[in-house]
Ligand binder design. Structure first.
Ligand code: MRU
Length: 346
């Protein structure tokens, strides 16, 4: 089965699988301007922290090429790059991708694109490695075989440059013959679980069910889940982890039931400059994503929607944090510094 590529560069522009249209339609969106790139990020045409990191890198080239076409001065190019960097606040990878590539602007578009390509290639390699390490940890810390896995949101190929993080671990476990069933939380309000995770699991032939987010705690407490595996948008220095809204409820139920709760992410998602979860900005999206469903209003006209896109799971509720560099089991007063490379600690 060919690998799904959510983010590509076609020589002139970023090409994205339009994740707002899945699973009904498999169509692409081409981003050759800053505004088109920002719009794709804001509307979740592309989403998932590592995928946003790659878009941040290629987005620098988009701003430079638009600047060449439209005779922008250097300040206008930098302003365009900033717009992309700030399009969504919670996933650190977006700013990280921009910041890694931006210093190469004076060296020209080719140098910028080479670095963006490196981000994409490193992300795939990191995801494959963290998947092996995560699968090893899970098999060493669970007894039920084959495993019944719960996951939340979408963390597969669509959310990364390839393979996936939490879903990458699921794929690795499946390849080892260790998965009985995956419970995919549907992920309200925008259904990344039912629309995207189920699409990817179907693509890979991995047995699964889609369940309402509100079924997760009960499923865990009734003994139907052996391990929960989620991704991350930002991992603070103390291990507190921001991820899709609903993640902390899964973690609380796992802690009560004694079920391992595993966070998986490439080291680019670890943000040592953020001390704890309290310092993570949580994106507040438009309330209409809650008060309407599939374009139809489902609350009284007067009702306002409250729509935080992410929550923070405290490190004390996390059994293991996995990156390509290794596994940390958070403990009081510990940090996750060992999960990032020396150059990222600076
Ligand atoms: O709003 P989204 O769809 O971008 O949220 C994505 C998540 O919360 C993912 O779990 C996270 O980015 C990790 S993706 C490997």
């Amino acid at each position: 089965m060919p690998e799904i590529r959510a983010v590509r560069w076609n020589g002139e522009a970023i090409v994205l699988i339009d994740q707002t249209r899945l699973p009904d339609e498999e169509v692409s969106v081409v981003c050759d301007t800053v505004d088109a790139t920002v719009d794709a990020i804001v509307r979740l045409v592309v989403r998932g922290a590592p995928a946003l990191g790659a878009v941040g890198g290629y987005g620098v080239a988009v701003a430079m090429l638009q600047g060449q076409r439209e005779n922008w001065d250097a300040a206008e190019v930098q302003g365009g790059i900033d717009k992309i960097r700030n399009a969504r606040p919670t996933a650190v990878n977006l700013a990280w991708g921009v910041d890694r590539v931006r210093p190469l602007v004076p060296s020209g578009v080719e140098a910028v694109l080479a670095e963006a390509d490196r981000i994409a290639a490193e992300d795939e390699a990191a995801n494959r490695e963290l998947s092996r390490k995560g699968a090893d940890w899970i098999l060493a810390n669970t007894t039920q075989r084959p495993l019944r896995v719960l996951t939340h949101c979408n963390t597969g190929s669509l959310a990364t440059t390839a393979w996936g993080t939490a879903l990458g671990i699921v794929r690795e476990l499946h390849e080892r013959g260790e998965v009985e069933v995956v419970h995919a939380d549907e992920t309200r309000p925008l259904l990344q679980g039912s629309r995207l995770t189920s699409w990817e699991l179907t693509h890979d032939g991995i047995p699964h069910v889609v369940q309402a987010d509100s079924a997760a705690a009960s499923t865990i407490l009734r003994g139907l889940i052996d391990v929960a595996i989620i991704g991350a948008d930002r991992i603070a220095r103390n291990g507190d982890t921001a991820n899709k809204i609903g993640s902390v409820g899964v973690a609380l139920a796992c802690a009560d039931a004694g079920v391992p709760f595993v966070v998986a992410a490439p080291s680019s998602t670890v943000d040592l400059a953020t001390q704890s979860g309290e310092d993570i900005e949580i994106e507040l999206r438009d309330g209409s994503e809650i008060t309407a469903f599939a374009g139809k209003r489902v609350a009284p006209d007067a009702a306002a929607g409250y729509n935080p896109a992410f929550d923070v799971t405290p490190a004390r509720l996390i059994s293991a944090i996995v990156t390509e560099r290794g596994v940390v089991e958070p403990a009081p007063d510990s940090t996750v510094e060992s999960l990032v490379a020396e150059e990222m600690k600076a």
